[in-house]
Design a protein around this ligand. Structure first.
Ligand code: SF4
Length: 363
């Protein structure tokens, strides 16, 4: 019997265990030709089936370095699969189990609005006075934009090095699309609040006056991750009151007010290490995507790992066992993610610049 899962064709419906079994069978049949990459925010049953788990950039590097793998299946959101496609070898194809798994923050910065902002900013501040830095969580065309304009890509783990690098080369850095990662990093660099301005693409001059733009050191795109901005100061205070001995670690996509109250702040990789390094019996409150928090709790039964607040990334959650299995039924064919050669070439320039910066890539 063909047990392939086809709900829409009225064929066999499989439960979780059966789906896992089918996926493992596909993996075994494809052997080294297949590589399943799973982001930290994926559900645990997806992570359990991956060859590697990690952050978006680290996973893309793993895929590109694995020459035997022809079929890269990226269990994450679209910009992550795009990054893998940028770095992929010519013989590799990148697939995403659900092409509708986008990222709302990445969608907040479109190329045309960034280009308009760039023209307005350089008109006021002067040619050569601004370096663009784009967060990994962005469309490939924005990475290419940075490659074209002497900028770089950064991750949440090396944003400090990237902004330091940018401010060492020019008077200002234009950072997009996540204002909170930018501001938290600016704070780490010792920039004052008045050194950092927000660029709202829907307002003339981003809602700023020319003299404010001339004075600014860091221009922050008005974008945010709704998963991490869901964490609020009152939740932090309530958790601290309920668990006074606990340590709190949060992601830098959180607001600066939340970051200021936490014991530590860092990328997903940093959070994973923070929990792993904590002494047994420690209570750790974690402010990031709920699937990672739940997995950390399962992996560290000797510690008490609590979520700061329930916050799920609905796009990450669009990847499930059913669409993973459906993708594996058409290796190298279904839901392929491609990036055009010109975009790839320019995006690679910015990604290579990132690799020259200090700091472990992570996202
Ligand atoms: S957690 Fe935030 S930044 Fe990451 S994919 Fe979801 S919406 Fe985008």
């Amino acid at each position: 019997m063909n047990r392939a899962y086809r709900r829409d064709e009225g064929q066999v419906s499989l439960d979780e265990a059966e789906l896992g079994e089918e996926i493992r069978a596909k993996k075994e049949a494809l052997g080294k030709e297949l590589l399943i990459l799973t982001h930290h925010y994926q559900r645990k049953e997806i992570v359990a089936l991956g060859d590697y788990r990690g952050d978006s950039f680290g996973l893309s590097q793993k895929a590109a370095a694995n020459c035997d793998a022809r079929f890269i299946v990226f269990c994450g959101v679209h910009f992550m699969a795009e990054s893998a496609a940028i770095l992929a070898q010519p013989q590799q194809t990148v697939q995403i189990p659900n092409p509708r798994a986008g990222c709302l923050m990445a969608d907040m910065a479109a190329l045309d609005t960034v280009e308009t902002a760039w023209e307005e900013l350089t008109d006021i501040a002067g040619e050569g006075s601004i370096v663009p830095v784009v967060y990994m969580n962005s469309d490939a065309r924005l990475k290419a934009f940075c490659g074209r304009h002497g900028g770089t890509v950064c991750t949440s783990a090396n944003a400090l090095a990237a902004l330091r690098w940018g401010l060492g080369r020019a008077a200002k850095v234009f950072f997009f699309p996540d204002q909170h990662l930018g501001r938290n990093t600016g704070n780490q660099l010792g920039l004052k609040p008045e050194d950092m301005i927000v660029w709202d693409p829907d307002r003339p001059l981003g809602g700023n006056r020319p003299e404010t733009i001339r004075r600014a050191r860091l221009i922050l795109w008005d974008g945010y991750c709704h998963v991490h901005t869901r964490f609020q100061v009152d939740q932090v205070l309530a958790m601290k009151e309920a668990f006074p001995q606990a340590k709190m670690v949060v992601h830098p996509e959180c607001t600066q007010e939340v970051v200021a109250l936490a014991d530590a702040c860092g990328s997903t990789g940093f959070i994973v290490d923070y929990v792993a390094r904590a002494a047994p019996q420690t209570t750790i409150i974690v402010g990031t995507e709920i699937n990672l928090v739940h997995r950390l709790a399962l992996e560290h039964p000797d510690k008490e790992v609590l979520d700061l607040h329930y916050s799920l990334c609905p796009n990450m959650f669009r990847i499930n066992l059913e669409n993973l299995l459906a993708t594996l039924e058409s290796p190298g064919e279904a839901n392929i993610v491609t990036v055009s050669e010109p975009i790839k070439t320019e995006a690679k320039i910015a990604l290579k610049r990132m690799l020259t910066l200090t700091g472990k890539p992570s996202c």
